[in-house]
Write a protein that binds this ligand. Structure first.
Ligand SMILES: [Zn+2]
Length: 113
């Protein structure tokens, strides 16, 4: 599976016609902060690095703040898997081409290796 399909919810946060947040996005964000919070070597007591486009993993924040930031500022570009939060490369997931821009994902570009 391609990492972009695996984590498609990360950059797919608003329902069509701006009808609110997509449920899979909210669920995914909750999963993300819970994952990050369980990594003792990366989380600092009550706070985790905020991966929003504004802070880019350079600021420690409480879970509530992180959820708020991701909803407001979206995830930083190409943070498909969460290395700063202790995640290793997902097994069985193709992470090839993760350094290309997010617009490639939106146009559904496929990479043939
Ligand atoms: Zn932030």
């Amino acid at each position: 599976m391609d990492i972009r399909s695996y984590r498609h919810w990360m950059y797919d946060r608003i329902l069509p016609n701006r009808a609110g947040f997509a449920p899979h996005f909210l669920e995914g964000v909750r999963e993300f902060v819970q994952f990050a919070y369980k990594q003792p070597q990366y989380a600092n007591g009550k706070e985790i690095w905020c991966p929003c486009s504004k802070d880019q993993n350079k600021k420690l924040m409480t879970l509530d703040h992180v959820v708020e930031h991701i909803s407001k500022y979206v995830f930083m570009i190409d943070y498909w898997y969460w290395t700063t939060h202790g995640e290793s490369k997902p097994v069985g997931v193709d992470v090839h081409g993760t350094s290309s821009s997010n617009s490639a994902f939106l146009s559904n570009e496929r990479h043939n290796t």
